[in-house]
Design a protein around this ligand. Structure first.
Ligand code: NZQ
Ligand code: ZN
Length: 388
């Protein structure tokens, strides 16, 4: 293992009716609140009214930032920063999915920073230690943003999607009530499911020696997702499936499986480049790219893909080489994702060859990306072409 520090401050309030904890949790941070949410799902499913009742109970002063886009934009983040500065707000309540939570984090870091918040997003400046405190009410399982310090923001003018990570933007608390995810449509449920599995893969395919426990924890999450997802997509209002998936999402990216390992993250860098250029759903892009990435990996280092096949997809090792097992593992993954209805080709989103060069360039944050099998620009171009 690599040396590591692990400190995750987020208090998780999980289960039915936990929204009523807002009035207990918020006052410690102040009562002048920026309420951040997305394009209206929380108004349609009644959550907005529920949250507002809680805020009224504590006599909070509330300013709203609504309309955060999926693949949230820098322009929206800047709007939020101005709202906090102009109204001297002291707390951000993010009610939504990864896009809303990630925007809240960038706003939180941008308020005390004197320069352009984009400097923080692209890593040219650090998030200040006096970033505005955040709490979240999660409405969709997937990104794990509720219990990590990541924020992914798109600068639409330059078609660049970038991310930062800071302990100073970790939510103080996150409310996860599975019932709040009942209204997530089937397609978004599928994207979230794929994203959770991909977060495990990114850390499972690491460049460190001796992380058997982290790998076993990752496999347990993958098994749990694989068992639950096919049932969930056909029974979207099932509390038990929703609660399992919600917890899968949080544990897949809260630092647990990444302790002491040098993770890969190449699939995510490639997908972020795709969704920055053509604004497609993150989990949809991952579903398409991940199997092609895994095929590339299997051609260079098949043993870990083979291990995944045996331990997660129950393949029988007898008489097979790692290369054969790896090919079967990838086939099993494709079958699982096809069975829940995940997209398989970039052309399903209308993406064709002429975008590939720009996406390849955007994905290459360095000469090589990824750690388990480092990818060159040619490798990335090939993976994207295979994904068309
Ligand atoms: O905007 P509204 O109207 O709320 O609708 C949203 C949106 O259209 C809808 N939705 C969410 N909860 C719902 C619901 N609809 C009905 N009922 C509900 N309960 O779902 C759509 C997608 O929402 P979004 O927040 O964009 O989805 P997700 O949670 O998948 O977040 C995606 C963003 O997170 C980033 C992605 O790149 C993308 O920008 N990521 C963030 C990560 C992190 N912070 O750690 C890691 C991830 O790998 C990912 O990169
Ligand atoms: Zn992801």
């Amino acid at each position: 293992m690599e040396n590591f520090e692990f400190h995750n401050q987020t208090k998780i309030l999980f289960g039915k009716g936990q929204v009523s904890s807002l009035k207990k949790e918020i006052p410690a941070y102040g009562k002048r609140i920026l309420l951040v949410y997305g394009g209206g799902s929380i108004k349609r499913n009644g959550l907005y009214d529920q949250v507002m009742r809680e805020l009224r109970d504590i006599e909070a002063f509330v300013i709203e930032l609504e309309g955060v886009e999926p693949n949230p934009r820098l322009t929206t983040v800047k709007k939020g920063i101005n709202l906090i500065r102009d109204n001297q707000l002291d707390f951000i309540l993010a009610v939504g999915g990864g896009s809303v939570m990630d925007s809240a984090k960038a706003i939180a870091a941008g308020v005390p920073y004197e320069g352009d918040v984009w400097d923080i997003v692209i890593g040219q400046a650090k998030a200040p230690s006096n970033s505005v405190p955040i709490g979240t009410v999660v409405t969709i399982a997937g990104t794990g943003s509720e219990m990590n310090g990541n924020s992914v923001i798109t600068n639409w003018e330059t078609k660049t999607k970038a991310f930062f990570n800071s302990p100073y933007v970790l939510p103080k608390f996150s409310i996860l009530d599975p019932e709040l995810t009942f209204s997530v449509p089937r397609d978004q449920t599928i994207y979230g499911t794929v994203d959770i599995m991909a977060h495990v893969f990114e850390q499972y395919f690491h460049a460190s020696n001796n992380a058997p426990l982290q790998e076993r924890i990752g496999e347990a999450i993958l098994l749990s997702v694989a068992e639950t997802a096919p049932k969930l997509v056909n029974d979207l209002h099932n509390y038990e499936y929703r609660e399992v998936m919600l917890l899968n999402g949080t544990l897949a990216l809260n630092g647990l499986t990444g302790m002491g390992v040098n993770p890969d993250w190449a699939t995510h860098l490639i997908e972020h480049a795709v969704s920055a250029v053509l604004d497609i759903p993150h989990g949809g892009g991952i579903a398409i790219i991940a199997p092609h990435w895994m095929e590339h990996v299997a051609a260079v280092r098949p043993e870990k893909v083979a291990q995944l096949g045996v331990r997660v997809f129950h393949l029988d090792r007898a008489g097979k080489t790692d290369a054969q097992l790896a090919a079967e593992a990838i086939q099993s993954l494709r079958e699982l994702w096809a069975s829940i209805g995940a997209p398989t080709k970039l052309s399903d989103y209308g993406i064709d060859d002429k975008e590939i060069e720009l996406m390849t360039e955007r994905a290459m944050l360095a000469d090589q990306i990824g750690s388990y099998v480092p990818l060159t620009k040619d490798d990335v171009r090939k993976i994207l072409r295979n994904s068309l």
